[in-house]
Design a protein around this ligand. Structure first.
Ligand code: ACO
Length: 333
């Protein structure tokens, strides 16, 4: 696939350090060997040295040259605990609790990124999305000017004329259960930027609803309408329009009828869902019925990149997400 080829090339050109906190997970070990062999990133595995080495031996995986850090014995653990305590003391954190928490590999890995000891983190082969997001939200927080962390999927739909010849970016399908209008506007803007920087497309952003340009009135529609106004006001340079139904967003003929004056309708390549229920169901419908490849969920809006994996992921999926994370890290100044 052309997109992933480009991402691999970009990752190789400026190698970043990416931490895998689920270091003793076998798929991460297999992925680490491949990432090293391909030169996509410098991987750091977090976990028990003994267990990781034993598992690698059993799998026949060569971890030569791959750093392994055990938070129980790492000389950095105290420093991370102190920094974590400082970050969270106004939320009731104590020094004792902080030391215990940063020994959890997910928190340790997140602190590595926070303290500039790694450029990004990838986790989720074992843990849930929430397990990964919580330390990220508490420690890394949002990038300057971004109000909310969200996620996107790059959908590659075979034999499809919609979007960019079947490539569309969907958001938010994995993080925010019920964003406010302001948050939805922020998600739309972040996704447009992602579409530009990562997918190299000219974003045309549709704010999805069950109504097109006022065809229905309801508080749910009102939220999307307000979000569209906010996003347009904040970023008049971006092509963002709504509210609109899915068919008006992607089908030219329907757009001509329902939204003839819209520069986005009929041509949308970025779809913003009004909430997590519609977003999560929406991407899975396209994935299953249209046999689309769904790359993600990739997080956006963090001050530094941390990304989630599906628990059903393969080692090749991990390699791809590490490459994507490395490319996101290259954009951090
Ligand atoms: N952006 C920025 N900050 C946020 C966000 C966000 N989207 N959400 C929460 N926060 C902040 C909070 O303000 C809080 O900050 P503070 O502690 O410094 O005050 C901190 O993050 C933690 O917030 P909590 O309220 O404790 O976290 P919460 O319990 O709301 O969990 C989470 C946040 C994990 C993102 C939750 O909303 C969640 O579980 N979302 C759904 C994830 C999911 O299950 N997705 C579907 C599966 S994925 C798939 O199918 C591919």
């Amino acid at each position: 696939m052309e997109l992933m080829k480009n991402i691999w090339q970009a990752a190789k050109a400026d190698r970043k350090k990416i931490v895998l906190p689920e270091g003793d997970e076998e798929r991460n070990l297999v992925a680490s060997e491949k990432i090293k062999k391909e030169g996509l990133a410098e991987v750091v595995l977090v976990g028990s040295l003994e267990i990781i080495k034993e598992k690698a031996k059993n799998l026949g995986v060569n971890l030569d040259g791959i750093e392994i850090i055990d938070p129980e014995t790492s000389p950095k653990t105290d420093e991370y605990a102190e920094a974590f305590y400082e970050l969270r003391k106004n939320k009731g954190m104590t020094k004792d609790k902080a030391l215990k928490i940063v020994k959890d590999p997910l928190y340790y890995g997140t602190m590595m990124v926070k303290m500039d000891d790694a450029h990004g983190m990838v986790s989720g082969a074992v843990h849930t999305t929430g397990d990964l997001l919580r330390p990220g939200l508490q420690i890394i927080k949002t990038a300057p000017g971004v109000s909310v962390v969200s996620s996107f999927f790059i959908m590659m739909v075979p034999d499809c004329q919609y979007g960019e010849e079947g490539m569309l970016v969907f958001s938010d399908c994995a993080v925010n259960p019920n964003p406010t209008a302001e948050q939805l506007a922020s998600i739309a803007i972040a996704t447009a930027e992602t579409a530009k920087s990562l997918c190299k497309i000219d974003p045309k952003v549709a704010m999805l609803s069950f109504s097109t340009m006022g065809s229905a009135d309801h508080e749910l529609v009102e939220k999307v309408r307000n979000a569209t106004e906010i996003a347009k006001e904040q970023r008049p340079d971006l092509a963002i329009d709504g509210e609109m139904q899915l068919d008006a967003a992607i089908v030219g003929k329907v757009a001509k009828q329902k939204a003839p004056n819209s520069e986005v309708a009929g041509k949308a390549n970025v779809l913003i869902f009004p909430d997590l229920q519609s977003g999560n169901i929406g991407y899975k419908l396209v994935q299953r019925f249209a046999k689309a490849e769904a790359i993600g969920p990739i997080c956006q809006g963090f001050a530094k990149p941390i990304n989630d994996l599906s628990r059903g992921c393969s080692s090749d999926d991990i390699v791809s997400v590490v490459a994507l994370t490395a490319v996101q890290a290259q954009a951090i100044k």
